[in-house]
Design a binder for this molecule. Structure first.
Ligand SMILES: C[S@@+](CC[C@H](N)C(=O)[O-])C[C@H]1O[C@@H](n2cnc3c(N)ncnc32)[C@H](O)[C@@H]1O
Length: 272
């Protein structure tokens, strides 16, 4: 992996949430097909109370941390291209200079931390099929995915940052023709997929509903996450339900150092 003078100093995602999280204990895990309710507006309220964080976009809770960039977009200080450029300017140098593959995909801590926080994406896979990781970064999630499911998955990746796609192609030469650079909001897929995974925080707040609807048009199951969320509420689910989507299932793991927080994955099945 590339290294640089700032490699040790650059925080990666959720550093402030689970700085000392270990990787070997048994996950506290809950799976449910019956989502609960909460208040999506709390996300916005939290965001306005927080101080700006220069490494915001590197963290799992980018719902809140990108609020500053969202606010500038709302005021018209930047346009949407500027929004993506500002997020990329935080993410790309940090991911390229990461010392571990998981940090190159935005996850701080140990390999065990990565496994604990991410491997339950496999719970969303209930049959063989194709899997597109939107926001594939250096490709590490795609590399790990076969270990996280018993089903056969044909793997594909998309990332808005061409430099990260180049790195993913170097790391995963067997997938080099299946890794593309583009913005999920306007990229045209060459075919449909069984599964698409993405994060809502990859687009400005006002475009998230459009992102979900667009991606549901390309796949049988849209997987959202992993994202960090307060354990007592299900704000992301509530938001998606408020847009008319039925939550097909979810998988949650308690953050071992921040028990009030959960790592969450949820999925929506398309109508087709
Ligand atoms: C935190 S990394 C995700 C790494 C890995 N797939 C995972 O889930 O752990 C988020 C990636 O999404 C990419 N990204 C952000 N906005 C995007 C967009 N609109 N379209 C495609 N990729 C985007 C970023 O460049 C970044 O590499």
């Amino acid at each position: 992996m590339p290294t640089g003078p700032h490699a040790r100093r650059l925080p990666t995602i959720d550093e402030h949430r689970a700085p000392n999280e270990g990787g070997s204990d048994v996950p506290s895990e809950r799976k449910s097909r019956h989502p609960s309710f909460g208040s999506p507006d709390a996300t916005d309220a939290d965001a306005t109370r927080r101080q700006p964080d220069p490494y915001a976009a590197l963290k799992d809770d980018a719902w809140r941390e990108t609020a500053e960039i969202d606010a500038r977009l709302q005021r018209g200080d930047i346009d949407e291209a500027g929004w993506h450029a500002e997020v990329a300017s935080l993410i790309v140098p940090a991911y390229l200079s990461a010392e571990t593959p998981w940090e190159g995909s935005g996850k701080s801590g140990t390999e065990g931390d990565w496994e604990y926080a991410r491997s339950h994406i496999g719970h969303a896979i209930d049959r063989d099929g194709s899997f597109l990781d939107i926001g594939c970064a250096n490709g590490y999630l795609l590399e790990c995915l076969p270990r996280w499911t018993a089903h056969a998955v044909d793997r594909y990746g998309l990332d808005i940052a061409p430099e990260l796609v180049d790195l993913a192609r170097l790391r995963l030469p067997e997938l080099q023709d299946r890794l593309w650079a583009g913005n999920a909001l306007d990229w045209e897929p060459p075919h449909r997929f069984t599964y698409i995974r993405t994060g809502l925080e990859y687009v400005p707040r006002r475009r998230r509903r459009e992102l979900v609807e667009r991606l549901l048009g390309w796949c049988e199951r849209l997987i959202v996450g992993v994202f960090n969320e307060q354990a007592h509420a299900h704000l992301t689910e509530d938001l998606l339900r408020s847009w008319g989507h039925m939550i097909g299932g979810r998988s949650e793991r308690r953050n071992r150092k921040k028990p009030e927080m959960d790592y969450r994955v949820l999925w929506i099945d398309s109508a087709r």
